[in-house]
Design a binder for this molecule. Structure first.
Ligand SMILES: [Fe+2]
Ligand SMILES: [Fe+2]
Length: 400
């Protein structure tokens, strides 16, 4: 836990404090690689918890603060970060903005919404309403978030007290809302700048001819599917999953440095060409490090997820991969997920030299790769258990 946060806990004094906040606070250094990775993806959540602790000193009735992000291409609102005082947090949940008339209105009008009596106001049996009632929330304040003119999501303040959001409380919260809005849009802008730069670099290098946009889109969705299914057992936050999804398409960015004679060679590569091809991982790491430097992200813990997506996607759990021959859990979870998602898409898409495999046949091959020690068994099991979802992603982002 950072110093600021522990100070805030202490000054919270006599308040009955936040079992869940204390329990999932970031642990100290020296934890194993996996813990480290998980906490890495949790940086923004940790900041939100810290702000929540400070906020409670002024406005003690706010039991929960949560932010959902809006994805324009799918019209989905997705849980992102939350700070929940006690009880269970809702995670890994998404719903269409168009399905909520009142939220759609807020998104366009920029108005906030106060509900003084949630049980009376919330109808319908969405998972979200059921959860709100079960957790005993009685009133809420909803604030739409923007990055300049672009709607980016909502901030929800919930209280177990009815009518907790008086005009005075709303005034007290407005500074916090602005602060949280800025923090989140800054973070999104950094991520967006990085993925845009990488995309521009890829387009300049004509990588599009080689690697279709469809491949990147599909493997990013497969990665997210796997991470979501592992979220509970591996303790992955929504924030981590979102970053993994956003950074997944960068995995082969180093191929921009591979000469066309090797990159576009139709037949098998000879050993020398293969060795050259394998340098794409190190070149990718160099590109990522340059971007991390360019955007001054050295100290941002999220940059580790971004780096691992590139650095570890050809490592194998038995240590036979490259560039470092890492084994098992020495390979970051995000790298193991990317490896499975990447191979799954390669098998199930058309290539000049092969027809697409069926998902079932691809799963058979992935299981064989687990048996011979190449791929992570948990990640492959998720694919095996989610065939309809895999098919839906394949069909939705089909190459033209
Ligand atoms: Fe690669
Ligand atoms: Fe790939």
């Amino acid at each position: 836990m950072t110093q600021g946060a522990s100070k805030a806990v202490r000054s919270a004094g006599a308040m009955t404090f936040p079992t869940s906040l204390a329990l999932d606070a970031p642990p100290v250094e020296g934890s194993d690689t996996h813990r480290l990775v998980r906490d890495v993806g949790d940086a923004l959540n940790a900041r939100l918890r810290q702000m929540h602790l400070q906020l409670l000193e002024q406005v003690p009735d706010v039991d929960r603060i949560a932010c959902v992000l809006y994805e324009q291409s799918t019209d989905l609102l997705k849980t992102f970060v939350n700070s929940t005082r006690e009880g269970e947090a809702i995670k890994g949940y998404e719903f269409r903005l168009a399905d909520s008339e009142s939220l759609s209105r807020l998104a366009t009008s920029r108005d906030s919404r106060v509900l003084d009596d949630i049980p009376a106001a919330v109808q319908g049996n969405s998972l979200h309403s059921i959860w709100l009632l079960k957790e005993g929330y009685r009133s809420s304040l909803t604030v739409p978030l923007y990055d300049r003119d672009l709607f980016i999501g909502f901030l929800f303040y919930d209280s177990r007290k009815p009518a907790a959001f008086t005009a005075q409380v709303q005034r007290n919260l407005s500074l916090f809302s602005t602060l949280i809005n800025m923090t989140i849009s800054n973070e999104l802008n950094v991520v967006r700048s990085i993925t845009t730069s990488a995309q521009v670099a890829r387009e300049f290098a004509n990588l599009r001819d080689f690697e279709t946009g469809g491949h990147l889109e599909r493997m990013a969705h497969y990665s997210r599917l796997i991470a979501r299914a592992l979220a509970e057992s591996q303790g992955l936050s929504d924030e981590y999953i979102e970053h993994l999804y956003l950074f997944a398409p960068l995995h082969d960015i180093g191929k921009i440095g591979i000469p066309d004679s090797v990159l576009l060679k139709p037949g098998r590569l000879d050993p020398e060409e293969r060795a050259l091809m394998e340098t794409h991982v190190q070149m990718g790491i160099d590109v990522m490090e340059r971007l991390i430097g360019e955007f001054d992200l050295q100290h941002l813990p999220d940059s580790a997820v971004m780096r691992n997506v590139v650095a570890g996607h050809h490592e194998c759990v038995d240590g036979s991969g490259y560039p470092h021959g890492l084994k098992g859990e020495e390979i970051a979870l995000e790298s193991r997920i990317i490896a499975v998602a990447d191979i799954l898409d390669a098998l199930t898409s058309h290539r000049p030299y092969k027809e697409p495999w069926t998902i079932e046949a691809a799963v058979g091959e992935l299981e064989r790769l687990v048996a011979v020690g190449k791929l992570d068994a948990d990640c492959v099991n998720v694919v095996k258990d989610h065939i309809p979802e895999v098919e839906a992603i394949r069909d939705r982002y089909r190459d033209p």
